[in-house]
Design a protein around this ligand. Structure first.
Ligand SMILES: [Zn+2]
Length: 94
């Protein structure tokens, strides 16, 4: 899922107005980077909802990092693949 983070990172350089909702996956690898990125996107976009999707590995730590933000933390299974797959389908279907 590292490549997903990189994609999001790249997209930070382009206008974000067309994005309706950001989902950032925070695995146990690079979770700090992912959560920092969530904060940055939140600050940049203001009106666009930002959610962090994370498995329950180090859940308490992830919650702690986001404790002073209003970014929701959504739980998914380890790896997040099928959750994000479902999510993509929902976004495409809506
Ligand atoms: Zn996990």
């Amino acid at each position: 899922m590292g490549s997903l983070s990189h994609n999001f990172y790249g997209k930070l350089e382009i206008p974000v107005e067309n994005v309706k909702q950001f989902y950032i996956y925070a695995g146990s690898n690079a979770m700090q980077d992912a959560l920092d990125m969530a904060r940055r996107i939140k600050m940049m976009t203001k009106n666009t909802p930002v959610s962090v999707v994370a498995c329950d590995c180090k859940w308490a730590e992830k919650k702690e990092i986001l404790a002073d933000t209003d970014i929701p933390l959504l739980m998914c299974e380890c790896g997040g693949q099928s959750f994000l797959g479902d999510l993509a389908e929902k976004i495409l279907a809506s």
